[in-house]
Design a protein around this ligand. Structure first.
Ligand code: CA
Ligand code: CA
Length: 587
């Protein structure tokens, strides 16, 4: 009898040991199911579809008043710059990236630091828009993230030691990387930053366990894609027809940076990546649509081929990067659609399988460059809304300046929106601002800014936008195009959004508040001052019977650097760098 008991104890000890180590490894299944498993958040977007919808209900419209801090953790040092990272949580551990390509592994319940990784950055890096990072991907026992010197680094989740490291691009040519990678079918998918330096936008797929390239797909027409067999490149078709939509040689340095990363829908087998501005900004140098800039490209992850593309701003002349996240969702009749709030101020609804345009409408109140969309979703341009051709100016050096809205910082920028299957609304962190912009002559020089434009960001007349504000968290109905409710904000919104089955929407403000509103009505039910601006998206997860809300804080990003008059208006905001976690107070 005694012997039997001992062997039962040994067996159960072994069982729990193997259960623990099995749990510690993040699988493809964990990632595909992420959106419906509240015990972890293993992907950027809270599920690779990017809905940022938590199925947790403990924190809800009734209980949120009792939400209090559980812990806070400082990223420390003097590196207090913009913190745009979405943390991931697995097996009781949180992994969050910080400014300057740092990673912190924390006990998700207590905030106790497990390890810290500091990537050694060279002096010559050229990030356009602050030294930010937006988070990492979990796969197996790895945490994988991209660095400001355009490398992809995989760390051991237990020790923080480098397991593999791969180069994404030449930082001396302007390549950098700030987006969170995503995982699809055991591959890690990444984009590149550097659209202001004439780089060539690209999506790469690598074996997530080894970092070895599986395929690479440039997103500028004329460039070749490759598959890799035994480490050797094999031609995989051209990304488009050479020179069809670009004049001369400009496609060679055509931009279209995939700098915000992508989403992936296991039901379509497609990864959706947004692409940035065509380079240079001076659009008169490149008559044509300049594919696949300012577009959504859908890539079959099995082959690395572009299955469809949808261009939101053909021949962009305003830096209306089309990088914004394409979030897929199912309609009641089982159709898979995708929604995207573009930097150009229009919201697009597309068929996620074919890219066919379904519906489109403005989600901002002032647009100077287009009067609307055609039946197939192409903008109806206002010719006078485009900055003038410098070649036609008296001295050939500066084209006519125009006032344009949105500004190049966008109706929406890097801050990801959320979609609730309960309300059917998208929750869009929008901004209302404009700019003076003009075009100038420019020629490409490796490693130098390649704009051919000048600009100043401006605030808008409150009469034009219905109030004295810049930011507005907007609930948008993708069926009707109506803004159902909005919460205005003095400073531009720059953090992302989380929505929950508890009927809530969470978002942060540059003024330092993390807020929660009723997802149906927009009534603000809770807010907490974190001490510095919030420019990152919140997450929710459950652990030991309790629901937690977490958000990285730290003011920064593109606004203080490029925001012109708006930057002056918000120059009282203080920098920081912390992780904040909340849970319900027990009475
Ligand atoms: Ca999950
Ligand atoms: Ca850009």
């Amino acid at each position: 009898m005694k012997r039997t008991l001992t062997s039962v104890l040994v067996a159960s000890a072994l069982l729990s040991l193997s259960a623990t180590s099995a749990l510690a490894k993040v699988t493809d299944k964990d990632i595909e199911n992420d959106a419906t498993t509240p015990g972890d958040v293993v992907s950027w977007g809270v599920g690779t579809r990017g809905q940022r919808y938590s199925t947790s209900t403990q924190i809800n419209t009734k209980t949120v008043k009792d939400l209090v801090p559980a812990w806070s953790f400082s990223f420390g040092g003097e590196k207090q710059r913009g913190q745009e990272s979405q943390p991931v949580v697995s097996n009781g551990k949180m992994f969050v990236t910080g400014s300057y390509s740092r990673v912190f592994a924390l006990d998700a319940k207590t905030g106790h630091k497990l390890w810290q990784y500091e990537h050694r950055l060279p002096d010559g890096i050229m990030p356009c828009c602050d030294v930010v990072n937006r988070g990492g991907a979990l796969y197996d026992n790895l945490f994988i993230f991209a660095t400001l010197d355009a490398q992809l680094v995989a760390l051991d989740q237990d020790t923080g030691k480098v397991v593999w490291k791969e180069k994404l691009g030449d930082y001396a040519a302007g390549y950098s990387a700030t987006a969170a990678p995503i995982i699809a079918k055991g591959m890690v998918l990444t984009g590149v930053s550097g659209g202001e330096f004439g780089i060539v936008g690209r999506v790469d797929a690598r074996d997530a366990k080894t970092g070895k390239l599986v395929w690479t797909r440039p997103v500028v027409e004329g460039h070749m894609g490759y598959k890799y067999v035994d480490g050797k490149p094999v031609e995989n078709g051209i990304s488009g027809t050479l020179n069809a939509t670009w004049p001369g040689e400009l496609w060679k340095t055509g931009g279209a940076a995939t700098w915000l990363g992508g989403t992936y829908d296991p039901d379509t087998g497609l990864a959706y990546f947004g692409t940035g501005n065509p380079a240079p900004w001076n659009s008169h140098l490149r008559p044509g649509d300049n594919l696949f800039s300012c577009s959504t490209v859908a890539i079959d992850v099995a082959t690395g081929k572009i299955v469809w593309h949808f261009q939101s701003t053909p021949n962009d002349g305003w830096d209306f990067d089309g990088v914004n996240e394409f979030i897929t969702y199912k309609t009641k009749d089982g159709k898979i659609l995708g929604g995207k709030a573009d930097r150009n101020g229009f919201f697009y609804v597309l068929d996620a399988k074919t890219g066919k345009f379904q519906n489109g409408f403005p989600f901002v109140k002032k647009q100077t460059w287009a009067t609307g969309l055609t039946a197939d979703g192409r903008p109806k341009f206002i010719p006078e809304g485009r900055p003038g051709d410098p070649a036609k100016s008296a001295d050939g050096k500066k084209g006519n300046s125009v006032f344009a809205a949105p500004s190049f910082l966008g109706g929406k920028n890097q801050m990801p929106m959320a979609y609730s299957p309960d309300t059917g609304y998208f929750y869009v962190p929008a901004n209302e601002w404009g700019m003076e912009i003009w075009h100038e002559p420019i020629t490409y020089k490796k490693g130098a800014a390649y704009l051919g434009a000048g600009f100043t960001i401006k605030t808008l007349d409150p009469k034009d936008i219905g109030g004295n504000y810049i930011g507005a968290l907007r609930a948008v109905d993708p069926k009707t195009g109506k803004i159902v409710w909005e919460v205005q904000n003095n400073a531009p919104l720059w953090g992302g959004v989380l929505t929950t089955k508890g009927g809530l929407v969470f978002w942060g403000t540059p003024e330092g508040f993390l807020k929660a509103a009723d997802a149906k009505t927009g009534k603000v039910l809770w807010e907490f001052q974190t001490g510095t601006g919030v420019v990152a998206p919140p997450i929710a997860w459950e652990q030991d019977g309790e629901e937690y809300i977490g958000v990285a804080t730290g003011w920064g990003g593109a606004v203080p650097l490029w925001g012109g008059e708006v930057a002056k208006k918000v120059n009282m905001l203080n920098q920081g760098g912390s992780m904040w976690v909340f849970k319900l107070h027990k009475h």
